[in-house]
Write a protein that binds this ligand. Structure first.
Ligand code: ADP
Ligand SMILES: N[C@@H](CCOP(=O)(O)O)C(=O)O
Length: 321
């Protein structure tokens, strides 16, 4: 569950008096998510999401995230649009945390991913990449390749308690991935979501109805975002790769934005890097989440299986690129 910070009725009502979004009729904390505290607000004007930013979100990045969401929404992408108060500000403070209200998106994220979900997700990802073109402010990827060795170092002492030999295996994988990583200008770059997992994509009647959770978004290789989705959408629970899902995801993406030959060639190392990135943050959280914390830890070893798959793949043709 993810409500780290409680908000009293009085504090919330005082906060909402700064906005023109109607009278509060109900609110509740949302159990899902791991990073921030989220609440659904029902007002006489409709539903909204209130987010209190916690943990990994650097408050200095919040204007960039909110600006990106506003710019994407302006370009027709269905994503949460930050709601400004009467003073024009969308970002303020509540219960001692940075806080913002955004629009509520209808839909349900798929608990059981099927191949039919993958083409619409690919197309939605490409639409995000196209919609982000005019948002020129850059944000470096704080969880990109330069962060992986330090993250592994911070977990090294206990890594083998999660799985024997894990530390050495990750060292070997990093030693193969980092030198093969594309140079900064080698692939098209732009604004990427960087966490487009199934729980961040809402569907209604078989169509994508909204993309949420832009708090890992950054400026990086567009194809790296595809590689993240290949990891998140194209494996079974037991770790088996599902080639039909990957082909559908790539085909859906290319209905909106065709890939270049360099992006196709790079997909294997990008997929391995994406698996490494989620493995490492999950490993860090696995080892550092205090007992009794109100959050469900995600299994790092799911991503070890994916990493092994990508490293063993002959080339990028396995993904259908
Ligand atoms: N704009 C939104 N519209 C509707 N529901 C939302 C919206 N934003 C978040 N939610 C709900 O909150 C949950 C957690 O949101 P998320 O952004 O993934 O949290 P976290 O950043 O903590 O991981 C989502 O699964 C969804 O149920
Ligand atoms: N998608 C990441 C964790 C981030 O979770 P989210 O709730 O912010 O989407 C993972 O699966 O490791």
């Amino acid at each position: 569950m993810a409500v780290y910070t409680d908000v009293s009725d009085g504090a919330l009502r005082a906060f909402l008096s700064l906005y023109d979004i109607g009278e509060l009729t109900a609110y509740r904390g949302i159990a899902e998510g791991v990073e921030n505290s989220n609440f659904v607000l029902r007002t006489t004007d409709g539903d909204f999401i209130l987010t209190l930013y916690e943990r990994r979100v650097n408050p200095a990045d919040l204007p960039w995230f909110l600006g990106l969401m506003g710019a994407l929404a302006d370009h027709g992408l269905s994503c949460p649009r930050p709601v400004a108060g009467r003073d024009g500000d969308a970002l303020r403070s509540l219960a001692g945390r940075p806080a913002a209200i955004t629009t509520f998106l209808p839909g349900v994220w798929p608990r059981d991913v099927r191949v039919e979900h993958c083409a619409p997700v690919g197309a939605a990802l490409a639409a995000l990449h196209v919609a982000g073109r005019d948002y020129t402010a850059e944000r470096a990827n704080g969880l990109g390749p330069a962060a992986w060795a330090p993250l592994l170092d911070s977990c090294r002492a206990d890594a083998d308690s999660v799985s024997p030999g894990l530390g050495a295996e990750l060292d070997a994988a990093l030693a193969a991935i980092l030198p093969a990583w594309p140079g900064a200008d080698a692939l098209p770059r732009g604004q990427i979501h960087a966490d487009l997992f199934p729980d961040n994509v809402f569907f209604l009647e078989g169509r994508v109805s909204g993309l949420i959770d832009f708090y890992f978004a950054c400026t990086d290789f567009l194809a790296y975002d595809i590689a993240i989705c290949l990891n998140a959408w194209c494996f079974e629970e037991d770790g088996a790769f599902v080639p039909e899902r990957a082909r559908a995801l790539i085909a859906g993406y290319e209905t909106v934005r065709p890939l270049s030959p360099a992006e196709r060639r790079a997909m294997k190392v990008l997929a391995a890097g994406a698996a490494m990135r989620f493995l490492l943050t999950r490993l860090y959280d696995w080892l550092n989440t205090p007992p009794g914390a109100m959050v469900t830890r995600k299994d790092p070893l799911d991503y070890l299986r994916r990493l092994r798959f990508h490293r063993a793949a002959e080339d990028a043709s396995v993904y259908g690129v």
